[in-house]
Design a protein around this ligand. Structure first.
Ligand code: PNS
Length: 177
C-alpha cells in the first residue's frame, strides 16, 4: 500500500494545507499528516495543539491519519512500507528550498521520493504566519482556516498579543532629585 506523508509545521493548519491533504487523499491509499520540526521556525502552538487541531479537522476522512515526529523526515518515512513525501508548492519561491530538501531526503534515504502538488490558485497567497497575524488583530479568519479550529487559533493569538503588549510596557526611569 502506498502511503503519502505530508509533513509540515502546521502552525496552524490552514485551508491551503487541507486542500492539498484532500487532493493527495484522492490519489493515494493512505495519507499521514506529520507535524515536524522546522529548524528555522519557532512554533506558536505546541506540537500537541497542532496535532490535535489537525485531528479535529480530518477525523471524518478514514484514509487520513495524523502523527508527529521530532526526527528527520527521511528516517521517519522508514516506518512505512512504500512511503512517498508530498509537498505543496504555492509559488516558484517555494521551489528552491523544497527541491533542496527533496534531494537531501533522497540522499539520506534513497528509497524516498518527493512529489510536488501545485497549490490551488485561491490559496497561493495563504500561509500560517498570515493567519496568525490576522488572528492577533482579531480579524475574521474563517476564510483561511478550517471551521473546527477558528476559535482556538483566535483565542491563542489574542492571549499571546495581550501578554506581549504587557511585556512591552515602557518602563520610565524613576526620577531622583
Ligand atoms: O511547513 P514547513 O515549516 O515548511 O515544513 C518544513 C518541514 C517541517 C517539513 C521540514 O523542516 C522538515 O522536513 N523537518 C524535519 C527535519 C528534516 O528532515 N529536515 C530536512 C533535512 S535537513
Amino acid at each position: 500500500m502506498k502511503t503519502a506523508i505530508y509533513p509540515g509545521s502546521f502552525d496552524p493548519i490552514t485551508l491551503g494545507h487541507l486542500d492539498i491533504i484532500l487532493r493527495v487523499a484522492s490519489v493515494f491509499d493512505k495519507v499521514v499528516v506529520c507535524v515536524m520540526v522546522n529548524a528555522g521556525k519557532r512554533p506558536h502552538f505546541t506540537e500537541e495543539q497542532r496535532v490535535d487541531m489537525i485531528r479535529r479537522v480530518v477525523e471524518k476522512y478514514p484514509k487520513i491519519t495524523v502523527d508527529s515526529s521530532s526526527g528527520l523526515l527521511a528516517e521517519y518515512s522508514k516506518k512505512y512500507e512504500q512511503p512517498v513525501v508530498v509537498k505543496g508548492l504555492r509559488a516558484m519561491s517555494d521551489f528552491e528550498s523544497e527541491f533542496q530538501m527533496a534531494l537531501i531526503n533522497k540522499r539520506i534515504n534513497p528509497d524516498l521520493d518527493t512529489l510536488f502538488m501545485a497549490s490551488s490558485e485561491k490559496y497561493t497567497y495563504l500561509s500560517s504566519s498570515l493567519v496568525r497575524e490576522l488572528a492577533e488583530y482579531a480579524a475574521d479568519i474563517s476564510e483561511f482556516v478550517p471551521a473546527e479550529i477558528i476559535s482556538e487559533v483566535t483565542n491563542k493569538m489574542q492571549s499571546g498579543r495581550i501578554t506581549r503588549s504587557k511585556n512591552k510596557q515602557i518602563q520610565y526611569p524613576v526620577m531622583t532629585e
